[in-house]
Design a protein around this ligand. Sequence first.
Ligand code: CP
Ligand code: NVA
Length: 306
Amino acid sequence: MKRDLLTIRDLSPEEILYLISRAAELKAKWAQGTFQPTLTGKILGLIFVKPSTRTRVSFEAAMYRLGGQCIFMTAKDSQISRQEPLADTARVMSRYVDALAIRTYAHSDVEELARFSSIPVINALTDLFHPCQILSDLLTIKEKRGNLNNLCVAWVGDGNNVAHSWINAAALLGFTLYLACPKGYEPDSKILEWGRREGKGKIHLVDDPRKAVATADVLYTDVWASMGQEGEAETRKEVFRPFQINESLLAAAPSHALVLHCLPAHRGEEITDEVMEGPQSVVFDQAENRLHLQMALLDWLVSGNK
Ligand code: CP
Ligand code: NVA
């Protein structure tokens, strides 16, 4: 049976922890020069409807390191832009490649593609979720902190796709998550409700960022206007101003707290230059780990290695 990664909820807690430790193992092997490719002759197809730097390049680099190859296309280059049904695209692509990574707007499009594909489908970001980001962020946190025990993460900003994936991860792994979001920009209520139920009271929605960071090991933020929300950017700048991660907010957090951002960042908006370049920021190690985690993910999904 093929497996897909459309949301973190497609994984069991054990599988999440397996991917994190496998990524660390592959990273170490690569650094030591003892890495053995496991996907020679395999092909990853990438369909990207939205722009990307990290996700595209880290997936392609991951596949090349594993010994495989990639075929990248934007929706514009393909017949998807001329309304070929996703169900047909899925069945055709399944005859050519061994896995598909897709980045698009509607999460239902990824579900449709997965339903009709006989190969693993990976969500490379939708309006609703960004699972690969959070899996690799957990690797970064584990590396920096030594473990994920009694973890407390503070999300400061928009209740968006990345926040939704944090809710899923917190509920499944049982860590504490504070979400500080402006009124009207909270996470999707169904996702939050599910998270609160499954997370056994450890997921909290607050409106004061200081409250969110007070006991946090990790401060996390993301752009105020996600891809597709460009038209709302000016309004959002006003609403989100009190939700900036700056020196003053960082001072309200424990001194050991790490600062993460999925990137790309809008310096001076959701995060200041000082904090992003400061000693608590690990954003570039975080970006690097996309590569290592996705190597583990592709290896697991395509070769079935465990
Ligand atoms: N963090 C992330 O997904 O970045 P890209 O949009 O550059 O892929
Ligand atoms: N929330 C952002 C994440 C970018 C990686 C967006 O969807 O644009």
